[in-house]
Design a protein around this ligand. Sequence first.
Ligand code: GLU
Length: 305
Amino acid sequence: MDYIKILQEIKSEIEPLLCKGKVADYIPALAEVNPDRFAMSIQLLDGRIFEIGQCDWRFSIQSISKIFAFTLVLKLLHQDLCPRMGHEPSGNPFNSLVQLEYEKGIPRNPFINAGAIVVTDILTSHYKEETFEVIMRFIQELSDDSSVSFDAQVANSEEENGFRNLALVNMMKSFGNINNSIFEIMRTYFHQCSISMSSKQLCRAMLFLANHGKDPLCGKEFITESQSKRISSLMLTCGHYDASGDFAFRVGLPGKSGVGGGIVAIIPNLMSLCVYSPRLNENGNSLAGTKALELFTTKTGFSIF
Ligand code: GLU
């Protein structure tokens, strides 16, 4: 398969979309990014990388970090799902309060904000004040790159403006679903969202999931096959907030987006993918990025179906 040719075709077909959509601005530091950047990388299980655009440009991974924190929790607990949350799509925006109230502080899944905050709480109970360092080191290990770091300006900006996230954590605390200090958990959560990575680094970090939990290049088994199956299933059903069904319908792959404009996806047994374009659609997912992945699965005929 001529991947470079396919990526070039995709780039030219999505060109008219690159000026559509809107950069996330509810976190002021995110509004400052250059909205016109584009990058798309794929990495095969044998390590070969094919890419187009600004693939070394590091952007804010935001909710993509939820995959890594959730993986860490399953690994820690030796379980297939964390207690204290569900595994259903929310059908609601990523930061919705209404559903959480109805459902008595139990988040629908680990990939909406409330679920990710409970994940951080579970990690905090175990790793205490080192929780963020543990998450950071885990992502560095997965991406085989110790230079992966976070953006303090984004973390501070979110800490100063994360009113909805504070409302979510307080609501869950009122229902008894948060055990640690709200301040401590939210600091870690905001820092985790502010981690910056390139599309190339994200592809590398996702390769273990494309290979059932085991890194195909270094051979390390990060999680069990069963845990890997559960994470991928949740990505398919819950990876794109209230547009998860639409993404699955169009792209046909487990994926996860972040409001920074990145989307990661995997094709089991074959490759990991990452696309970056910061202008978002109305559901908070990269507009051109979603289209690029749809074109990729259409052109190659690869999907999980
Ligand atoms: N840090 C963001 C928030 O909690 C993450 C949202 C996202 O990427 O979906 O608001």
